[in-house]
Design a protein around this ligand. Structure first.
Ligand SMILES: *Cc1c(COP(=O)(O)O)cnc(C)c1O
Length: 354
């Protein structure tokens, strides 16, 4: 037996690593990134701003300026607390760290895989509750699972990844009211959705909302936020590693995220492109296209694996979910800019005429 096999927790040895496929110079429509680069006319100013940062010093520990920048960008009320993370993934982990040994994390399936993975990393139980056939909440099943497993944390991605839809608001409120668990509404795709739970934080002490700048043009910054009652945030903050938001992220975000009009304009373009892409995909016979409130579209496709490979051979990378439970033959494409979406559609149509 090798050293590491002997040394490492056996449950970690059994986990498959979160796989990020190499993308080379392919058109990247696999990870819900924004297609829009920094505007040229901002780059000079941005670099000057960066040059002022003191990299010999630790970052600002509380990142107060960044906290204000995000409150302004996302219209977060002053009386809510905001906790910053190195991506919202870090905040999911931090919530898990707040649990007791033997506690349970509950979420729906299919949903974001990190809820399950982080439960494993932190040695918590994980319970996935099946969505209905068209990926809606099964309220009765949820309430039954909550009763049975008494979870400490309930994660609901709203809109959901990888399905793209939101769930029934009233059903979510019923869930929040039914439980002592912390209900975490993960709004990574808030910019593309028609609804949000952020203002409901005032009503429900057991509700927190996660957001991120990853899906609105700044995946490279690694910056997420948890919004909740001030008391909740103050307690969770004890678990945060000092200086978790590095200086380059703080400085960059304080400069770039004040461009609210530009960020909103880009989101509006993606919403418009999503509608065009949806119509085009629906025209391809044999495809089942699911509604989306996010910057990606899930669709079920005959010969999904082959279509995925064919797109890749032609320089377009999307996400193949076809072998995941409850997602048989499903693929997920990120909404890109007009050229990228056209290229994608052209290859899809070509594939089905072969
Ligand atoms: C992408 C995504 C995240 C991760 O966001 P980061 O801030 O990049 O860590 C969290 N939740 C959901 C549902 C996502 O799709």
């Amino acid at each position: 037996m090798s050293f590491i096999n002997n040394w490492l927790r056996s449950d970690i040895q059994a986990i498959n690593a979160y796989h990020v496929p190499p993308s080379g110079d392919m058109v990247k429509l696999d990870a819900m990134e924004s297609p829009f680069p920094l505007p040229d006319d901002l780059i000079g100013q941005y670099l000057a701003y960066l040059a002022d940062s003191e990299l010999n010093r630790y970052p600002n520990p509380g990142a107060e300026e960044l906290n204000q920048t995000l409150r302004q960008l996302m219209d977060i009320a002053d009386d809510f607390g905001v906790l910053l993370g190195n991506g919202s993934d870090e905040l999911i982990q931090l919530l898990a760290l707040a649990c007791e040994t033997n506690d349970t994390i509950l979420s729906v399936e299919p949903s974001f895989v990190m809820y399950d993975m982080i439960a494993k990393f932190t040695r918590l139980n994980y319970q996935g509750v099946a969505l209905t056939k068209d990926y809606q909440l099964d309220l009765a099943l949820m309430l039954q699972a909550i009763e049975k497993h008494n979870p400490k944390l309930i994660f609901i991605a709203y809109p959901n990844n990888p399905t793209g839809n939101t769930f029934d608001r009233v059903e979510i409120e019923t869930i929040i009211q039914s439980t002592d668990a912390m209900v975490v509404l993960d709004e990574a795709y808030y910019a593309y959705a028609g609804d949000s739970f952020i203002d409901d934080i005032a009503k429900y002490p057991n509700l927190v909302v996660l957001r991120t700048v990853s899906k609105i043009g700044f995946a490279g910054l690694r910056l997420g936020l948890l919004v909740g009652a001030q008391e909740t945030v103050a307690e969770l903050d004890k678990l945060r590693l000092p200086y978790n938001i590095n200086t380059l992220t703080q400085v960059s975000a304080n400069f770039l995220l004040t461009e609210k009009a530009e960020i909103n304009k880009n989101a509006a373009i993606i919403i418009e492109q999503r509608q065009l892409l949806l119509i085009e995909l629906e025209r391809v016979s044999g495809l089942t296209v699911y509604p989306s409130q996010a910057n990606f579209i899930l669709f079920k496709a005959p010969r999904a694996q082959e279509l995925f490979d064919y797109l890749k051979e032609n320089g377009v990378l999307i996400k193949n979910l076809s072998s995941a439970p409850k997602l048989t033959d499903c693929l997920r494409v990120t909404v890109g800019d007009n050229d990228q979406n056209q290229l994608f559609m052209q290859i899809v149509k070509q594939f089905y005429t072969l």
